[in-house]
Design a protein around this ligand. Structure first.
Ligand SMILES: *[C@@H]1O[C@H](CO)[C@@H](O)[C@H](O)[C@H]1NC(C)=O
Ligand SMILES: *[C@@H]1O[C@H](CO)[C@@H](O)[C@H](O)[C@H]1NC(C)=O
Ligand SMILES: *[C@@H]1O[C@H](CO)[C@@H](O)[C@H](O)[C@H]1NC(C)=O
Ligand SMILES: *[C@@H]1O[C@H](CO)[C@@H](O)[C@H](O)[C@H]1NC(C)=O
Length: 437
């Protein structure tokens, strides 16, 4: 009798727990073909690098404050729950955290569809870029490679590394120094040892085999569906009194460099200054906009178009700040747009499609502006109000896919695919395609 009661109680508790799980867990992800194994690495490849965050300051800024909240950075203000002081180079720690929370993790590497390498490559590269490792920067990565082959080598050998992936907070240019050349950067992406590994990066090279560009982190990291929609709904209702906005992020813009990108930026700067009623100029030099995003975001919300000429490199985090604020991006170089974020901007289509891109962005040829056959103002004033509204609607559809929700998000929000989820989808797809070759 007692036995039956206990059994009944156990069964009851079991169903009760199931019920609870049902209310707290997002609808279960189908884990078939989506299993990730996190490779165990010594802490010198991640944790130690994170705690050494001030090591190269003042050569680089002190990164420590930005590593709070799993890499999202401290809150901007208690009242703005979704906004953080986020440093876009520090995605490595945050991404690692998100992989650790991924619902289809597996303990047996043999059953995994993808192997994540929790290596903070951008943080590690600081010793080569700013520290005493500069004269061995062509060796960057060899130590990790040797580790992977000396420990549980079968994990690597099974697919020659082609099922491995890692995340970089820094762009590919920082890792593609040719071995024989004395130049900026390390040679990680030039090492044949890592050719099979998928490297996610905020900016890829033009034709690359290893890396895929994924969005920069912005300051917006909502925790629930209401917070998210409250924000995007607001961006739609803004009174956008400024036609265009230009962010001055590098002090170089005022210099008299001969580089085409510099000439372009100078032309745009001049246009902006002479039409100050139509153009908002924002100063983001230093870390002003990351540290105090409020006034910068305010400007984005009041502008129709955001100009994104290539700066020190073709892409910037500001493209994504703008998209999130409903500011239609204006591109001048294909390297800023169609060569970069195809997993994130082009869905559902797989390939780069200029026509699709033009439904939510404007392209003005760099050459035309530099040679003064057009002005940015001319092109943008010709776009009618109706078309602008249509573009903003298209843009709004992409906001969730380019931002990184908080790792502490509600179950409902977790069901929507953010930039992290789309990156993981892309990784699986890519690994599968390569293995079928
Ligand atoms: C999960 O996905 C696999 C293939 O991707 C499919 O064959 C299977 O039917 C799916 N299972 C469920 C429960 O949806
Ligand atoms: C790198 O430079 C340091 C000091 O400048 C020197 O001691 C070391 O031998 C150099 N290493 C190589 C590989 O040249
Ligand atoms: C990369 O993959 C190819 C084909 O699978 C394999 O032959 C090669 O050994 C792999 N490279 C490394 C460094 O493991
Ligand atoms: C946002 O707008 C949608 C319709 O466009 C509406 O269904 C939703 O309730 C709004 N959400 C908030 C939080 O304002």
């Amino acid at each position: 009798m007692a036995k039956i009661t206990i059994t009944t109680a156990v069964v009851l508790i079991f169903f009760l727990l199931l019920e609870l799980a049902g209310t707290y867990l997002a609808s279960p992800l189908n884990c078939t073909d989506r299993k990730i194994y996190i490779r165990r690495l010594p802490i010198r490849y991640n944790k130690v690098l994170a705690v050494s965050c001030s090591r190269y300051s003042p050569l680089t800024i002190n990164l420590c404050p930005y590593l709070h909240n799993s890499g999202l950075g401290p809150k901007v203000h208690d009242r703005f729950r979704s906004w953080h002081r986020t440093h876009h180079h520090l995605i490595e720690k945050f991404f690692h955290r998100r992989v650790q929370d991924y619902p289809c993790l597996i303990g047996d590497p043999k059953q995994a569809n993808a192997i994540f390498l929790p290596y903070y490559i951008g943080l590690d590269s600081l010793r080569f870029l700013y520290g005493d490792g500069w004269n061995s920067s062509v060796q960057h990565g060899m130590d990790l490679f040797n580790y992977l082959l000396k420990n549980n080598a079968e994990i690597w050998r099974r697919n020659g590394g082609s099922d491995h992936f890692l995340i970089s907070g820094r762009s590919s240019w920082d890792f593609s120094r040719p071995k024989m050349k004395l130049d900026w950067g390390t040679s990680f992406l030039e090492l044949p040892e890592f050719f099979n590994v998928t490297v996610l990066t905020p900016e890829s090279r033009r034709w690359s085999w290893q890396e895929q560009a994924i969005p920069y982190m912005t300051s917006f990291h909502p925790k629930n569906v209401a917070e998210f929609y409250k924000w995007v709904n607001m961006t739609e209702k803004m009174d956008r009194t400024s036609l265009m906005l230009f962010v001055k992020s590098s002090t170089d813009v005022d210099s008299s460099d001969e580089d085409v990108a510099d000439i372009l930026s100078q032309k745009i700067l001049k246009e902006c200054r002479t039409n100050s009623g139509l153009c908002t100029l924002v100063d983001c030099t230093g870390k002003k906009c990351e540290d105090e995003p409020k006034s910068y975001i305010h400007s984005l919300l009041h502008s129709k178009f955001c100009l994104h000429p290539p700066g020190i490199s073709p892409t910037t985090r500001q493209i994504f700040d703008g998209i999130i604020a409903g500011c239609i991006p204006v591109f001048f170089d294909e390297m800023t747009s169609s060569f970069q974020y195809k997993w994130h901007l082009k869905f559902p289509e797989k390939n780069v499609d200029q026509q699709l891109l033009s439904t939510f962005s404007v392209f003005i040829s760099e050459k035309d502006v530099v040679e003064e056959t057009v002005t940015v103002l001319d092109v943008l004033t010709k776009i009618g109000e109706k078309e602008v509204n249509l573009m903003r609607k298209e843009l709004k559809k992409r906001v969730f896919g380019v931002m990184y929700r908080s790792h502490k998000a509600s179950p409902e929000l977790k069901e929507m695919k953010d930039a992290f989820d789309l990156a993981i989808d892309g990784v699986f797809q890519r690994i599968k395609t390569r293995q079928n070759h």
